[in-house]
Design a protein around this ligand. Structure first.
Ligand SMILES: Cc1cc2nc3c(=O)[nH]c(=O)nc-3n(C[C@H](O)[C@H](O)[C@H](O)COP(=O)(O)OP(=O)(O)OC[C@H]3O[C@@H](n4cnc5c(N)ncnc54)[C@H](O)[C@@H]3O)c2cc1C
Ligand code: SF4
Ligand code: SF4
Ligand code: SF4
Length: 458
């Protein structure tokens, strides 16, 4: 029997916690940024995931602001950073510089050149912001997001914690404190996406808690507390956490620096099993939606930063800090190539589509190269024919013929040289209709075959 696909079998797409759970949390794509819990008191975070603890009114706020739901990155970039340079893998930027704090007290506690801490303190002292959302660590090196209101609190957050910190949870403090008119947020590229979404669609009156400055930290991957700290540092390396001065990841090594001057290290690839699940499909290395992105890749040494300055606001802040003598800077030169290399490598990551889904599509009789091209477009979030040809490793002529067929079937939309996949539910219905039509035609031929059978077997 052929079952018609009706709207009652279709999934509900109303933005709600249920949808967030189904499409982000259950799919292990949650990056634990804390935004959903930060904007809705009905959501709390447990050790690993957001959990709904009360009735959901389906207002859609959590879903809309989650960095793992639809985010029109290219449109936001164009709107937010007009007239700047553009590089495919790094995004838009005004300038790239090498930078180092001139303040020894910052350099001694910072992860690298102390650029992040220096920018935040200057922004606070000059009234650009009233506070900053940063991440401190408790005595067990568990990260804790806080709203820092003083230079001392900003300094307490210096140094990288290679564990997921739900930074946007601290936005609740901002919501509840009317004295915080303008805030800065420091986060990883995934968290930066959430911060930018919240800035563009605020949930509280704009005169309060305005997101004034977004600083991204470069990020290749991050880890769970249990995996990195409990299993690796405490058990495998047998290091007492109260003895740890600093952690670092550079040149493929995870390094632990102890207070008595020792250094212990492990290859980062041995820690891959502890990486956060959402990292395996994350493609943004630098934080394309930040006002300024900061890292160490390619910098002079570990005590320097490299910064990709994207917005005019961040450019003015940087110039101001340099003028005040709080930063020394140098030309970026070839250092940007190192960032570009990391960014390119990370851009190759993609969400995986299960083998069984591939198999069902091929059982429907859809040529495998067409299924491959459609699924690739889906996981890339659309692509130009050049990008697609590189990823699929097919010639331009071959790709042209595949895309033409997909276009004729209604599986994609073409916008100039850019291809956008049609919604899967529509594609599935197109194929179901084709299949039903075929079955209908076969049923019409039933009597022809039945006649032969009857004549031969009675
Ligand atoms: C998980 C992680 C992965 C990184 N991966 C890379 C990489 O692959 N390549 C690279 O070049 N750089 C990477 N960085 C960035 C680098 O470690 C430094 O953070 C950056 O160079 C800024 O240095 P700084 O001296 O200016 O920072 P500081 O002045 O010391 O300030 C550090 C800031 O980082 C924030 N912070 C610390 N831990 C976290 C966290 N877990 N989540 C959110 N915010 C946090 C603090 O709030 C603080 O404000 C990574 C950072 C993190 C946290
Ligand atoms: S009430 Fe709104 S923000 Fe809260 S869980 Fe439901 S949809 Fe999300
Ligand atoms: S990614 Fe952030 S906003 Fe989305 S579900 Fe996870 S914690 Fe919530
Ligand atoms: S790799 Fe991506 S998802 Fe993972 S912590 Fe870094 S920015 Fe977030």
């Amino acid at each position: 029997m052929v079952t018609a696909i009706t709207s009652s079998t279709a999934l509900s797409y109303t933005p709600s916690f249920e949808l967030l759970n189904r499409w982000v949390i259950e799919k292990q794509l949650c990056c634990y940024c804390g935004t959903c819990a930060g904007v809705c008191p009905r959501i709390v975070l447990n050790e690993k995931l957001p959990v709904l603890i009360d009735y959901c009114s389906a207002c859609g706020n959590c879903y809309k602001h989650c960095p793992q739901t639809y985010t029109p990155v290219k449109e936001i970039e164009k709107e937010t950073f007009p007239g700047t340079n553009k590089e495919d893998y790094l995004g838009y930027y005004e300038k790239c510089v090498l930078a180092q704090s001139t303040d020894e007290s910052i350099l001694s506690i910072a992860q690298n050149g102390g650029l992040v801490t220096t920018l935040l303190i200057h922004a606070l002292e000059t009234g650009m912001i009233d506070g900053a959302i940063v991440t401190v660590a408790d005595k067990d090196w568990r990260p804790k997001p806080i709203l820092a209101r003083t230079p001392e609190e900003i300094k307490k957050a210096a140094g990288s914690k290679y564990v997921m910190s739900p930074i946007m949870l601290a936005y609740r403090t901002v919501i509840n404190d009317p004295s915080i008119k303008k805030v800065a947020i420091v986060g990883l590229p995934c968290q930066v996406k959430a911060a930018r979404k919240l800035q563009m669609e605020p949930i509280i009156p704009v005169e309060n808690g305005k997101i004034e400055l977004i600083i991204a930290l470069f990020c290749h991957m991050n880890f769970s507390y249990e995996g990195l700290i409990s299993e690796t540092v405490k058990k495998t390396l047998n290091i007492d956490l109260s003895e740890v001065k600093k952690f670092d990841i550079s040149k493929g090594k995870f390094k632990v620096f102890t207070k008595d001057g020792k250094q212990v290290e492990l290859p980062v690839k041995e820690l891959a099993k502890y990486s956060w699940s959402s990292c395996s499909s994350c493609t943004d290395f630098t934080g394309r939606l930040a006002d300024i992105s900061v890292g160490n890749a390619g910098a002079i040494d570990n005590n320097w930063n490299i910064a990709i300055v994207r917005s005019k606001k961040a450019m003015e802040l940087l110039n101001d800090v340099v003028k005040a003598g709080k930063l020394r800077i140098a030309e970026c030169g070839d250092a940007l190539n190192a960032v570009l290399k990391d960014a390119r490598k990370k851009a190759e990551r993609r969400e995986k589509i299960s083998e069984i889904t591939y198999q069902y599509f091929s059982e429907l009789g859809v040529p495998s190269e067409e299924v491959q091209a459609y699924f690739t477009l889906l996981t890339l979030g659309g692509a130009s024919s050049e990008e697609l040809s590189k990823v699929l490793k097919v010639s331009a002529a071959e790709l042209d013929s595949i895309l033409k067929k997909l276009h004729e079937k209604g599986w994609l939309i073409k916008q100039e040289n850019y291809y956008i996949p049609t919604r899967p539910s529509t594609v599935i219905r197109i194929e179901a209709a084709r299949f039903n039509n075929l079955i209908k035609k076969i049923l019409e031929r039933e009597s022809e075959l039945e006649g032969i059978y009857a004549r031969k077997f009675g």
